[in-house]
Design a protein around this ligand. Structure first.
Ligand SMILES: Nc1nc2c(ncn2[C@@H]2O[C@H](COP(=O)(O)OP(=O)(O)O[C@H]3O[C@H](CO)[C@@H](O)[C@H](O)[C@@H]3O)[C@@H](O)[C@H]2O)c(=O)[nH]1
Ligand SMILES: [Mg+2]
Length: 193
């Protein structure tokens, strides 16, 4: 299945390349009934990214991080956001990027990591595809404090939580980041059974 023969791109206009890239595109779309319809859509391109949930089966714990996110603050969330470790790929492979990100943000050097799925996180406006991973961890893999890169403004706190507590925090609203909820529910269904 391809949609290339149903779309005719007419014009791509750059709106911002201040940090990431925002464009608006005019295109014709061939509808299911065969008629061509002109549409305009904005797309925000911040590249693709990877995320990973470290888990310890014997302890029944997971590692998450907590940090300030301006877009959630400006949308009414007056707290630090609890998230799974994640980072944008920056021309690296998802596997290499997420290993480095786990060291930078949480201070763990992992062994084997497993890809579990990929997902588009906000397909109406954001191009980003996110690669999801899980990996076993234990205290011997802790090589530093994490915290992120100060020069990039990162100010990250590392949390080690029982999986049951993390799942309860989805229900009571203390965890409300999509990638984090997806990984915790994956772990509940497939790892901590
Ligand atoms: N100056 C500037 N710097 C920026 C801007 N946006 C991002 N950055 C810099 O780019 C870094 C990106 O950090 P990463 O750890 O690579 O990415 P992330 O922000 O954690 O992204 C992950 O989480 C997002 C939120 O859930 C996800 O959207 C994304 O897919 C990814 O998983 C930030 O720390 C910050 O230094 C900006 O508009 N201006
Ligand atoms: Mg990050």
């Amino acid at each position: 299945m391809t949609v290339s023969d149903r779309i005719r791109v007419q014009n791509v206009r750059l709106l911002s390349d201040n940090y990431y890239v925002l464009t608006t595109t005019t295109f014709e779309w061939r509808r299911a009934n065969g008629e061509w319809q002109t549409q305009q859509r904005e797309a925000y391109d911040r590249g693709n990214a990877a995320t990973l949930l470290p888990y310890n089966l014997a302890q029944r714990t997971v590692v998450l991080i907590r940090q300030f996110r301006y877009p959630t603050y400006v949308n009414g969330y007056d707290d630090l956001l609890i998230e799974a470790i994640a980072g944008v790929l920056d021309n690296e492979s998802p596997e290499n990027r997420i290993r480095a990100e786990v060291e930078e943000e949480a201070g763990y050097r992992l062994g084997e990591i497993r890809k579990v799925f990929e997902a588009f996180m906000s397909p109406g406006s954001v191009t980003e595809k996110l690669h999801f991973f899980v990996a076993e961890y234990d205290s011997s893999m802790r090589i530093g404090n994490g915290g992120g890169l100060v020069a990039e403004g990162e100010d990250i706190e590392v949390l080690e939580l029982p999986i049951d507590q993390a799942l309860a925090m989805i229900t009571d609203g203390r965890i409300r980041d999509a990638k984090t909820i997806m990984l915790l529910q994956y772990a509940a269904l497939n790892i901590f059974r």
